[in-house]
Ligand binder design. Structure first.
Ligand SMILES: [Zn+2]
Length: 505
């Protein structure tokens, strides 16, 4: 046993705080889940619960029903991985380092807000384990399913193994929604992850002798979740940097691009981007003046709250001879045109408010051979046809500019308002003193994908009722990520209350 982190002391329910404290110590970026999987397996063993895993690495744990309960089985589902985003310049190794915490009033965030917190979806895991340990109430049999690589495009859910979920499952509660006990999610958007790449090696050239490399860093934007925060006008660092570079390209004779990168995940709004350019030495001062002017312009456009921390930094750098490569103007122009024309942010809204189609230009980066671009485009389930047209336009544009394209899709879902779990959530909530309302997410939960998967295995999904809820998490997918302490207990109580009702004959 370890001593609980000071920031989590005396937080209720104790079980949730304890498991969250254990999980935040375990590095668990998407694709790096072996250690957290071990934690789950060990926990299952200690409690004598049946543990399973599949080839992709998801974990399933069966918890028997309380004595005397004969009702069906409830699937409690969440993901074990987290989004890894850190502030530029922060020394944090997501493969090794634990997440450090800080408490401020009712909120827990990371110390110094340097990295993502992983409350998404660490709190979901913690809630499920705590509820399974809770002997103070009667529940039906449970299966906890913790998926891998959710934040990389729901890979775990898409590849879910056939033997993972027992056929006796009648109800499905996803613990990855983030709006607290008063808002229960009854549907979520589908998402298309669009990736394009351009071969670089053919176009690589060495810079001219007298060219001086400069690094340009644009940082300090808010970032955020590519679905939930997409309409908030927080600015996209990739696009801002592109605008700045285009200006430089126009004004400075001999401009050459050596590198361009921004964003750390397709599903996060990029808060920072950087480039390497080559100019003449004597142009440094003029470049710095341009940067200051552009920085001031962007700040006034964004306003104080969103743009107050924005910086554009120019630095003269030295590159080893072997790193002195530049991109051809072909590639640069492809990239700039694509970034000029691709939609970013909200594309369609319902009643001028609720976003129903959006796109996030989430990442641009290059490796030795390719320049790569990653977009996450979301749509509400009933917008699929319209979205397909939006997507076609994006793909046509990318192809016209020479991009090689891959696309991955995750399906959305929507639950009728009269379903068993929604009705129960409302009545249990009312009995606990709060009004439960439903909403649909412009983010994707794994519910749609897992439903489809179960259907393909021959499960009777037509009778499967599904909802999603969880404690209040703000600013997910960004270094501002935090959760509200006071939302833990009532969310836990709602889950407990629903399971208790489902246990009744
Ligand atoms: Zn999540």
């Amino acid at each position: 046993m370890f001593k609980i982190h000071d920031a989590l002391k005396n937080i209720q329910p104790e079980g949730v705080a304890r498991h969250f404290d254990a999980i935040r110590r375990i590095p668990r970026g998407s694709g790096n889940e072996a250690s957290v999987r071990r934690y789950l397996k060990k926990w299952a063993g200690k409690n004598h619960f049946v543990y399973r895993t599949d080839f992709i690495g998801n974990s399933a744990i069966d918890i028997p029903a309380s004595k005397g309960v004969k009702a069906g089985r409830v699937l409690l589902q969440m993901h074990m991985d987290m989004v890894c985003v850190k502030r530029p310049g922060v020394l944090h190794d997501f493969k090794k380092d634990p997440i450090d915490l800080e408490r401020k009033g009712d909120r827990i965030h990371t110390k110094g807000r340097k990295t993502t917190l992983g409350a998404d979806n660490g709190l979901g895991v913690a809630m499920a384990l705590a509820i399974a340990e809770d002997r103070s109430f009667k529940h039906p049999s449970l299966t906890i399913l913790a998926t891998v690589a959710e934040e990389k495009g729901m890979i775990g859910a898409l590849e879910l193994g056939k033997a993972m979920i027992p056929r006796s499952v009648t109800d499905y509660i996803n613990l990855d929604a983030e709006e607290g006990p008063e808002w229960v999610c009854c549907g979520s958007a589908g998402v298309v992850n669009l990736r394009a790449k351009w071969p670089l090696s053919d176009y690589f050239m060495r810079p001219q002798k007298e060219a001086q490399p400069f690094s340009i860093q644009l940082k300090g934007l808010w970032g955020g979740h590519s679905g939930i925060d997409i309409h908030k006008g927080r600015g996209n660092a990739i696009l801002f940097l592109k605008d700045f570079l285009k200006k430089i390209q126009k004004q400075f004779h001999g401009f050459i691009l050596g590198d361009f990168r921004g964003g750390q995940a397709g599903n996060a709004i990029p808060p920072a981007a950087s480039a390497i350019i080559f100019l003449k030495k004597f142009q440094q001062e003029a470049l710095e003046i341009e940067a200051k002017t552009f920085e001031t312009f962007l700040r006034s456009e964004l306003g104080k709250k969103k743009g107050g921390k924005l910086r554009i930094k120019i630095k003269k750098i030295r590159l080893k001879k072997k790193d002195q490569f530049v991109w051809s103007s072909y590639v640069v122009n492809h990239l700039f045109r694509v970034l000029d024309k691709l939609p970013d942010g909200s594309i369609k809204r319902k009643d001028n408010e609720h976003v129903i189609i959006s796109n996030n230009i989430g990442m641009v980066y290059s490796d030795k051979d390719y320049l790569k671009l990653v977009c996450f485009s979301r749509y509400d389930p009933h917008q699929q046809k319209v979205h397909e047209r939006v997507l076609r336009r994006m793909i046509t544009l990318l192809e016209k500019e020479g991009g090689v394209i891959r696309r991955y899709s995750d399906i959305g879902w929507e639950e009728p308002d009269t379903s068993r779990l929604i009705t129960l959530a409302k009545s249990v909530g009312a009995s606990q003193g709060h009004k439960v309302q439903t909403f649909t997410y412009h983010a994707s939960l794994e519910v749609g994908v897992i439903r489809e998967r179960l259907k393909s295995f021959g499960h009777a999904v037509d009778n499967l009722s599904a909802i999603a809820f969880g404690p209040i998490i703000n600013e997910g997918h960004s270094t501002h990520e935090n959760f509200e302490i006071s939302s833990l207990q009532p969310t836990y109580d709602l889950l407990r209350g629903i399971l208790e009702e489902l246990a009744k004959p």
